[in-house]
Design a protein around this ligand. Structure first.
Ligand code: ATP
Ligand code: PRP
Length: 212
């Protein structure tokens, strides 16, 4: 009999972009998380289920083995750390960039010059700290959980570190991107013990994903 498998996903863009990948591996999810309140979704295989989590919780469930594998953004993985996680594949989905942005008209070179102190609002404090440390810029990091674009508009911060894709959100809020930090995409993450113990079931799924 096939080992039971639990797959951790988040709702929204990761779920939508993962459905076709799972289909290639022969896995059809039978519920829609956008219309159902269920957090455990059945699939066409009675030994395979999908659990729906906040994006930042996906690595935690996989790390502790509550899920065998999952999909998470590089942003989330960099904040979480890599302990207990095997990352065999960049799936190249949910692609975007991590950027520094400021209010239109702000002289970024001046406010971020050596010797000044920049207030940076972000959901990604570790990424932001590392970036500014490399540049030798002193920063006060203000940790937020969303709507970062608001912070410079109401005087909470001088700059933000956030994800940019089309640039529409920055533009709508009178902000401009001023510095690229890194490209972001989502990766397959696998619990190391699960891979060992359930190799016969998990490896074919990884192979199906990698052949796309
Ligand atoms: P939460 O729901 O906890 O606030 P979130 O809004 O970042 O988290 P999603 O929007 O589903 O959650 O993002 C999931 C992943 O997709 C992120 O971790 C990031 O890697 C990527 N992502 C975020 N925003 C975009 C975007 N606008 N375009 C493409 N990829 C994105
Ligand atoms: C992300 C990010 C930006 C936006 C950028 O938000 O936090 O606000 O996408 O995308 P754009 O450059 O295409 O406008 P998301 O869509 O995930 O919304 P949320 O953070 O409010 O969930």
């Amino acid at each position: 009999m096939q080992n039971p498998i639990t797959i951790a996903l988040s709702k929204g863009r990761i779920f939508e972009e993962t459905v076709p990948l799972l289909q290639k591996a022969g896995i059809e999810i039978l519920d829609n998380p956008e219309t159902s309140r269920k957090l455990i979704l059945n699939t066409n295989n009675k030994n395979t289920r999908v659990i729906i989590l906040r994006p930042t919780d996906v690595p935690t469930y996989v790390q502790y083995g509550a899920a065998d594998f999952g999909i998470a953004g590089k942003d989330v993985l960099m904040q979480h750390g890599e302990m207990g996680l095997y990352q065999p594949l960049d799936l190249e989905i949910a692609q975007c960039k991590m950027m520094v942005a400021v209010k239109k008209g702000v002289d970024y070179q001046k406010v971020s010059s050596i010797g000044s102190r920049l207030r940076v609002a972000t959901k990604y404090p570790d990424i932001a700290k590392k970036h500014f440390a490399k540049k030798g810029v002193h920063v006060d990091i203000i940790k937020l959980y969303g709507s970062m674009e608001l912070a410079p508009l109401v005087g909470l911060s001088d700059a933000i570190v956030d994800i940019v894709s089309t640039g529409n959100t920055l533009q709508a809020n009178n902000l401009v991107p001023v510095e690229f930090i890194m490209d972001i995409s989502s990766r397959l993450i696998v619990n190391k013990a699960s891979l060992r113990l359930k190799y016969q079931t998990i490896q074919p799924i990884i192979d199906a994903f990698s052949s796309l």
